[in-house]
Write a protein that binds this ligand. Sequence first.
Ligand code: AP5
Ligand code: MG
Length: 214
Amino acid sequence: MKKMLIMGPPGAGKGTQAEYIVKYYNIPHISTGDMFRAAIANKTEVGLLAKKYIDAGNLVPDEVTVGIVKERLANPDCKNGFLLDGFPRDLKQAEMFAVMLKELGIDLDLVINIHVDNEKLINRIIGRRICPECGRTFHIKYNKPLKDGICDDCGSSLIQRKDDNVETVSNRLDVYQSKTEPLINYYKDLVVTFDGDRDVDVIFNDIKKVIGDK
Ligand code: AP5
Ligand code: MG
């Protein structure tokens, strides 16, 4: 039961839970947002194209997004499982994803949906800090690094994502509500919803109970 999606609004804790899940189950974490941010940092063609959409909190066009996911899922390391984070993001992507899964001969097992109320999401996003080297996520209040501004794992200086500002956040929440939230119903037979307004460890324990043994 390890071919999985993780869904939820911006700041719900998808990336945070994903870090635990992929480590525990030893499966790849495929985050379209992380892939785009890496492409932007490396100034690749995809990165240059995606940047203006991400900075504004809008969705990157499907022809770019779907292609990078398909290429990644075809990699042999996805054979025994994967956790897709941030894809699909609207009904059209979900339909294209269904075709892709069929072509690759993959059956999806589970859709993990993390629910957090809107007013809590803004504080989480504004206080988030990430490690540009190893990708670990922190929060200045809720998930503090041992030393302010420094990654616990690799010692790099933490940074703030460019789309983590008050102006962009409200558009990201609107885009989520109008485009992504309807996917909870689309995947209703596979969805399990978790209350994301609890301690990170408590949420992870509940997720583990649903996914099952390693
Ligand atoms: P993406 O990177 O997917 O961002 P997002 O969906 O906005 O979600 P976030 O990464 O902001 O939140 P998260 O749920 O991962 O929360 P986190 O664990 O970090 O996408 C970014 C952009 O890329 C999009 O806007 C779009 O432009 C583009 N894009 C990506 N995919 C695309 C696609 N498929 N199609 C088109 N465009 C696409 O946690 C947030 C904070 O809260 C952290 O500081 C964390 O420490 C803290 N926290 C986590 N859990 C808890 C807890 N339980 N209690 C207290 N604090 C917590
Ligand atoms: Mg994330």
